[in-house]
Design a protein around this ligand. Structure first.
Ligand code: COA
Length: 181
């Protein structure tokens, strides 16, 4: 699939970002409670960085990376982002996500993760979808579990973030066993 599609679920729409989204995205991302858990987002996070990032991810589908803006259906507010990065050789995808802090704790992350996992299995023909989080990120671990993944492994000191080694927890789902409920 060479373009990023629009996906629908009960309370959110997942669609490609446009440059018009940049100010809302920057307002969300300029928050250490988010950037501390993400590998590549700087803090402070500037409008220029967000605009360059949107331009980059908008053209990424041919490389197997699909990045979606997450829009709340009720009021068309941008609440977050989710992506899936595909390794076609192995029919495997990895998801990553963030939500604006004002939108945490309402099940949105679980809903968007489930929708993207379904996209991976049904539309991209994947066999396996994985997700990983820093060990202290219990919220994200819970999202991965609620989205139907199983804990698989711990990788000690796997990443270096802000001068600190971060241990990560790894979760995965296989197409044949993923619970669509
Ligand atoms: C991780 C994140 C997307 C979760 O979003 P969310 O909308 O709050 O997630 P949900 O509401 O779907 O689920 C959160 C779950 O974590 C639980 N939770 C919340 N705070 C928690 C905490 N401090 N410790 C453990 N669990 C916690 C909630 O109770 C909920 O589980 P439940 O439904 O069983 O009660 C959001 O916190 C975020 O964007 N964080 C910063 C960026 C980030 O960490 N991205 C992921 C990188 S791997």
């Amino acid at each position: 699939m060479n373009t990023i599609p629009t996906l629908y679920s009960e309370r959110v729409i997942l669609r490609p970002f446009t440059l018009e989204d940049a100010p809302a995205v920057q307002a969300i991302l300029n928050d250490r409670e988010i950037t501390d858990y993400m590998l590549t987002i700087p803090y402070p996070c500037t409008l220029e960085w967000v605009e360059a990032w949107i331009q980059q991810v908008s053209g990424d589908a041919p490389t197997g990376r699909y990045t979606f803006g997450v829009i709340r259906r009720d009021d068309e507010t941008i609440i977050g982002r989710i992506n899936i990065r595909v390794n076609a050789d192995h029919q495997r995808g990895e998801i990553g996500y963030w939500l604006g802090r004002a939108f945490w704790g309402q099940g949105y992350a679980t809903e968007m993760a489930r929708r993207v996992i379904q996209f991976g299995f049904d539309d991209l023909g994947l066999n396996r979808v994985v997700g990983q989080c820093f060990a202290q990120n219990e919220r994200s671990a819970r999202v991965l579990e609620k989205a139907g993944m199983r804990y698989e492994a711990t990788f000690r000191d796997d990443y270096l973030k802000n001068g600190v080694y971060e241990t990560t927890h790894f979760y995965g789902a296989l197409r044949g066993e993923w619970d669509r409920a």
